[in-house]
Design a protein around this ligand. Sequence first.
Ligand code: CJB
Length: 830
Amino acid sequence: ALGPTQPPTHPLATAPVGAPPFSVDGFVKEFIHELNTNQGVALSRSSVNDQYLALASTVKNYLMARWLETGRKTRDAKVKAVGYLSAEYLLGRQLGNALLATDLNDIAKKGLELCGLDLVTLRNQEVEPGLGNGGLGRLAACFIDSLATMDVPCIGYGIRYEYGIFRQTFVDGRQVEQPDTWLALGSPWEFPHPEASVQVNFGGRTETYTDADGTERTRWVPEWNVLGVPYNYMVPGYLNGRVNTLRLWSAQATKAFDLAIFNAGDYAQAVRAQTFAENISKVLYPEDSTPQGKELRLQQQYFFVACSLRDFIENELEDDFDLHDLDQRIIFQLNDTHPVIAVPELMRILMDEKGFSWDEAWEVTSKCFAYTCHTLLPEALEVWSTDLLGRLLPRHLEIIYAINEQFLAEVREAYPGDELRARRMSIIAEFPERGVRMAYLSTYAATKVNGVAALHSQLLRDKVLPDFSELWPDKFTNVTNGVTPRRFVKMANPKLSELINDTIGAGWVTDLERLKELEPFAEDPEFRERFAEAKAWNKRRLTQVLRNRDGIDLPDGHLLDVMVKRLHEYKRQSLKLLHIVSLYEQVLSGKLTVDQVTPRTVVFGAKAAPGYKMAKDTIHLINKVAEVVNADPKLEGRLKVAFPANYNVTLAEKLIPAADLSEQISLAGMEASGTGNMKCALNGALTIGTDDGANVEIRELVGDKHFFLFGMSEPEVADLGAKGYSPGAYYEGNAQLKAAIDLILSGHFSGGDQHLFDSVVYNLLHSDRFMALADFQSYVDAQARVEERYADRDAWTRSAILNVARTGFFSSDRSMRDYIQRIWHTQPML
Ligand code: CJB
């Protein structure tokens, strides 16, 4: 039971909490109080970490009243909420965002100064929670920010990994992974509630029995269980008083020590049981765009989903709530297939625990979920072997089989006699082993299925799920991704934000389409000058960051050419690399004089999945090319390659605002959307890109003149694939390409070792699944157009301004509006 045992009589006991006074004095008082009472130190004896933790507590105190009020208001209103189910949230640092949401920046800065402290130093003390891999996890973080800002009730559900995405280091140019100990110095943003833990069962068997009414029923007799401990995080809306909740689950052993084993004297065995349970939320799988078919991963998925459904049903709904109406109070958004085990879990709860019939349970379940697909790569679609599923979740497997039977009956009814189609569409795959196709299960169960950019949604319908979209055309929709303008413009780019505020007012932060009003200012020389000055300031800031963080020196006055994203063959970092090597080779061989080379620094940021050999070899090659190119005096410093290790949200916030050129060069038809492309454009970088993912929409909006398009289109890629692609022909037929590849093969970047990079080079020459060689010439030509535009600095700045002015569409607020209208049918609480 929640609440006091006696009715409270003290007048303060039920009064709403108040925030500390919104003044420098009020702030300082609160800060010193937190430092003394939470950290137990005097200011004079406090470490930077103490000061950071006290500052975090102070800011939390300002948010607290709003958080409690949001919870009360939402529960009282009994409105439909969004349950965002995501195995990843790549949140980035919290302090800056909390200061922004509360408008406390200036007050905090002044208050700390009066204490002899520097806000920036304290902000830099924060270790970001890296609880995600890349785009998918960062998207979830942007979405919950937007929902809070738009006053939409949402609970984000996920996993509190003890170790997030690994810390990347380079040893002799090779990636070496270190554990991410983000919790080591304290975690001031979370509120653990061990008393509200949820039990999650695994294993065992099912049995049938006859209940008191004489009905045949099934129940699960599990073999083992763990506890899910909720950790609540505040998700503050921007200056609107709403604070939603992100609830992340941490696994714990049900009993700290199994007393029986302990008493029998097997201490080690008792501790092992605990370790086994806690392993479930120990570490984030560092996979991106390829699933890990590992048992522990399935445990993680079921673990957080079971906790979340239980939590919503038992704690967020009234005690007497009729679960037949569940869809009126929640829509669970499945962020990819990772949480789709929630579908059989809800069926199980309703049937086995709440006494629903199958039909009643399906009627409810089939209205409570929607599914977002984030990929087109066939190998990235999750398939769980029925062996493993049956062992870990026997009741769920039974339910999945029954769902499939019902589904196939519908298919057969729609296409009588078309047995081939039924087999093709079956949720259960028979080859290479019996497995559950999680994307099919998601698609069948969901009210709506969406892709993440217009092209992606089209290809999803036509190529990944054609039978499904034929059967249920209305189920499919598109919501183009977006990014939060709070973190990625307002916070990350203070000088540009100031300029925009001065020019069109401050409304753009929550209404990003208003950036359109900047368009006429592209023709205003004074505006252009201030715009260019903001970019220069961002570059100076980045220069400092990279010097301190990585010991990297950025030369002045270079075109800053940025490729930041996970390392994956389909994203084609190798194509960018071939361009660099080619520029260099042309100088070495005298085809270009050095003064014909546009001064350019290429910055890479990329982590490779630890088990992805080709990706790691590519990182090695980039680093070795960087070593040689950066040291070669023949280039007179006009070409530089910088590869800071451990690219993360914190670095992105410094790098992206400084970028001139945004590299979005995936093979057309491979990148579902991209979101870095949006962040770069919104910060005034020009894109060089293929017609892929959301690039298509960026180009349409900014106009061909202000976007450097290259490469094959998706249909051209499909044609070439069908005809038979042979990369060797491109190598033989293109002298510039051949010279670049031959320079790598000569050992020039490997101290004479002619075989060090065989894996990367021979893969390109003999397989090149992502057709880098086919797009090489077109890419090089587009780079020449980039250089030409950059030579006319004024024209470049004009294009950059138009990129900012025309990409307001890519706010995640707009994405959320689209989800609300097309998928969720929820209401903002006004
Ligand atoms: N994506 O980050 C991931 N991980 C996956 O496992 C599959 C896809 C990315 O999701 C982003 C958000 O939708 C997309 O912008 C990006 O294209 C996609 O690769």
